[in-house]
Design a protein. Sequence first.
Length: 578
Amino acid sequence: MTNQEIAKILRETGELYEMEGVLFKPRAYEKAALGVEGLGRAVKDIYKSGGAKALTGITGVGKGIAYHIELLLKKGRFPEYERLKKKIPVNISELSSIEGVGPKMIKVLYQKLKIKNLADLERATKAGKLRYLPRMGEKLEQKILKGIEFKKEGGGRFALGEILPLAREIKERLLKVKGVETVEIAGSLRRRQETIGDLDLLAISENPDAVSDYFTKMHEVAHVYAHGDTKAMVRLNSPAGGGIDADLRVVPRESFGAALQYFTGSKDHNIEVRKIAIKKGYKLNEYGLYRGKKIIAARSEEEIYEKLGMATPPPEIRLNDGEIEAALKDKLPKLIGYGELRGDLQVQTDWTDGANSIEEMVREAEKLGHEYIAITDHTKSLAMTGGADEKKLLKQMAEIDKINHKLKIENCKLKILKGAEVNILKDGSLDIKNEVLAKLDVVGAAVHSLFNLSKAEQTKRIVKAMANPHLDILFHPTGRIINRRKPYEVDMETIIKTAKRTGTILEIDAHPWRLDLKDEHIKMAREAGVKMVIDTDAHSVGELHYLEYGIAQARRAWAEKKDIINTKPLKEFLSMLK
Ligand code: DGT
Ligand code: CA
Ligand code: CA
Ligand code: ZN
């Protein structure tokens, strides 16, 4: 069982307990799920080396949950989960992927209307049956219907962050099959697109049959569409709920580059590249670059692009969106690298709705090699998170001073910055007094309410907030949540102009559900010379690992190191704030 699968069952157990109205347990299982997700190692390896006792070393995992994980590893299930699941046998992850649907509602939906999955929910909502349920009504019914429709518009695609860990796990497993020399992830995953339709994997193997055989028999496989010795196509049970297709092609070493180039895409990029080949009197396909029957290049992508008179574009920008012209002139951008960020600037802790303490977050940031981390808990008008008022913020600042002092004594080079994720109120003012904001190192602000204002009103509200001399970073500027919530109406051109004028930094929120700014807005900001940062919006130690998704987002928008200011050392970074 993979970490992702274990985390999913733990999280579901928490949700099932919540349906039961049990206290404390929901949060405990959620925390354990977050702990498992945040591990750098496989749970099964930890168990192998130290048994159930070693499992209690995982953040959020006590004796009881460690025992459940042990049973999961041995038998694939544990009794509490089965007992709870029997009472409410529904597809929880599918149902709760709809905005506005939580565990308590799922229970009512099942008990009153026998709703088990998304299709049932859609039918009942369209028939107007939800409004009559306790504590519901027409308004909530409309909201749910909108949520279902928005998800459907996504076309059944998955967020990159849901699928990349699965693809990497499968890659590691395939690499262990006898005869396998190389495995690469191709397609939209290699291009790090926001959303993924299906997984494409390429392998080189001395024994193609063995690897494609293994692939069709993996425990996640729900259905085998095709199974030849060089090609296999399957449907996987995805950890996100529902299924996702996966293709594996086993190709010869001599033509691996051609296959990788072809299956990385995008299709539009490939079509243009093929035209260039034809103009030069060549032919290009997934087996190689040919002149007549003679292979000119095939072993590596670089070789092929070179023979075409082009530099090799990074996969993230292969969209036929200017990269081909740039590659022909050897003028490709030098994209920001995956290891170039020095700090994280949006981090929540157990002072509000985060799962871990400041110190736990800091220790993880230290492991990640960060030079700085801003603690930015929510503020008071976001009451459901236990948002901080002025007094609580001052108390937290004192706590941060203490931990910083401790780090200094240890000769640790990490510095904790005092911050907050302040709410922008309806009139554009902030919900924390300026005199307290002035004491913080980094002030982030965000819209967390009134998503339905008109475009003009929403824009005016945010512009006003940006004019506050204490506001450094505008967090997740459009508020969208992939497959779940549309961005609020806002005029990004005006926001970007205002950012330039006021010196406000725009955030690229790396959380895989947010990825906000979007690539097109990053491009606009870059062209306007607006400063940006990439940060995780982490609510647990595991989520501190999300920076790579934000970097991918920035790379797809052609961002370079200079565009992203948390690539700078601490002192220089601080000097760039308002
Ligand atoms: P997805 O799966 O919808 O997220 O997007 P991709 O880009 O992974 O698309 P997929 O899985 O259909 O195909 C993988 C790659 O194979 C694609 O990026 C480019 C290449 N490819 C697929 N169909 C064609 C085609 O008709 N012409 C060309 N030139 N390339 C293709
Ligand atoms: Ca694909
Ligand atoms: Ca495919
Ligand atoms: Zn939060």
